[in-house]
Design a protein around this ligand. Structure first.
Ligand code: NAD
Ligand code: MG
Length: 399
């Protein structure tokens, strides 16, 4: 019997993960069809994607962009319907004809559509880590209540998921710790005293991965790893003390699980996001991803540095905020994420220095007072409030 095609909504299709997702989908036209796309800017690319994939819907979240896209698609005789605004993201994520939702929007802007997909019981492929860092246990509750299938796309979390036993009930008793690998980004060996002068272009020049600008800056500060520690805690339900970070500059070992017998299972591959994307799309099966095979004969060596060696704690002060935020009251991870989104945007726009990103994050965690959220609207309000607090803090900073 031939199975029917899985209908996929790619939210954030114009970004790095979105483009890689479409690349994998194009390799398997017999298995998947594109039901919906979304983009915020880069309307030329969104237009081209619509002509190539002929989705039923395209969501253009920026209102100016949506009108422009509508007239261009109409002129091209495209059958794709344009839906404007963020509410339309929730609509397509929960649409009865959608089987799979790729959550590839950057930042907390993607939270609402993730929750909509989770509540509607979709296969939810989560690249948008900020959504889980902000939504926390509410996000996981929505997955449970909606009976959704949540699959990690972040390469580290995909590696951990691939290394864990299939039976989730075993996780709490068999896992000793999760070891997240981190490349160390472009400033792994840089003198921490000179970090104040780095430019956005230098911060975005990642040695191993080609990614969007926000996650590239997060990789340079290692706030990306902090967000990933929080993501791992919620995804795998393990205590934060069982999550460790180790620097591995080659990005070949994508992460590891150490079991109670001290056996370690790791997942390896070339650094190419099409690997975890293909795994999320096909799990529990496997499909071709377009990723190159590892060439062990050409591998110069794999190295590891503990976070405690050298100057890493001085160089990357933000990493520790993950454990601080997880130890504090519920909602604190959302506050940390909000501050970081605001600070990174300001750094990319040249309004604050690179080292001030951490200053804003820490000061927001210390100075912003709030009541723990008890609902999704509470979380969205908390996100807003923490952003406003961080914005205000930045006005007192001198460059
Ligand atoms: P990107 O900046 O390349 O793309 C982001 C996408 O989100 C674009 O389609 C953009 O139009 C859309 N978008 C931006 N702001 C929006 C808003 N306010 N409302 C609606 N849509 C908006 O980012 P990326 O590198 O593809 O990363 C996407 C997500 O995946 C992030 O959460 C990132 O942390 C995560 N991730 C990325 C990689 C990677 O290799 N790029 C790896 C692991 C995890
Ligand atoms: Mg990652």
């Amino acid at each position: 019997m031939t199975e029917r095609k899985q209908r996929v909504a790619v939210l954030g299709s114009t970004g790095s993960i979105g483009v890689n997702t479409l690349d994998v989908l194009e390799r398997h036209p017999d298995r998947f069809s594109v039901f919906a796309l979304s983009g915020h800017s880069r309307i030329d690319l969104l237009f081209t994607q619509c002509l190539a994939h002929q989705p039923q819907f395209v969501v253009a979240t920026d209102s100016g962009a949506s009108k422009q896209l509508q007239s261009r698609l109409a002129a091209a005789g495209s059958p794709t319907q344009v839906l404007p605004g963020h509410e339309a993201l929730d609509e397509v994520a929960a649409h009865p004809e959608v089987d799979v939702v790729m959550a590839a929007i950057v930042g907390s802007a993607g939270l609402s559509s993730c929750i909509a997909a989770a509540r509607a019981g979709k296969r939810l492929l989560l690249a948008n880590k900020e959504a889980l860092v902000v939504g926390g246990s509410f996000f996981m509750d929505a997955v449970r209540v909606g009976n959704a299938t949540l699959l990690p796309i972040d390469s580290e979390h995909s590696a951990i998921f691939q290394s864990l036993p299939t039976d989730r009930a075993l996780w709490p008793t068999v896992v000793d710790k999760i070891i997240l690998t981190a490349s160390g980004g472009p400033f792994r060996s840089r003198d921490p005293a000179t970090l104040f002068e780095v430019t956005p272009a230098q911060a975005c020049a990642h040695p191993n991965w080609s990614m969007g600008r926000k996650i590239s800056v997060d990789s340079a500060t290692m706030m990306n790893k902090a967000l990933e520690v929080i993501e791992a805690k919620f995804l795998f339900g393990l205590d934060a003390s069982r999550i460790e970070v180790i620097i591995h500059p080659q990005s070949v070992v994508h992460s590891m699980v150490q079991f109670v017998d001290h056996s370690v299972v790791a997942q390896l591959g070339v650094p190419d996001m099409r690997g975890p994307i293909a795994y999320g799309l096909s799990w529990p099966q496997r499909i071709a991803s377009g990723t190159q095979a590892l060439d062990f004969s050409a591998m110069a060596g794999l190295s590891f540095e503990t976070f405690d060696s050298g100057l890493h704690r001085t160089r990357f002060p933000g990493l520790r905020l993950a454990w601080d935020a997880l130890a504090a009251k519920p909602g604190t991870t959302a506050v940390l994420n909000a501050a970081n989104e605001i600070a990174v945007a300001a750094f990319l726009e040249g309004r604050i220095r690179f080292d001030q990103i951490h200053a804003v994050n820490q000061a927001t965690l210390e100075g912003f007072t709030f009541t723990s959220p008890v609902s999704l609207p509470d979380i969205l309000a908390l996100d807003e409030g923490a952003r406003a607090h961080a914005q205000q803090l930045m006005q007192g900073l001198s460059r």
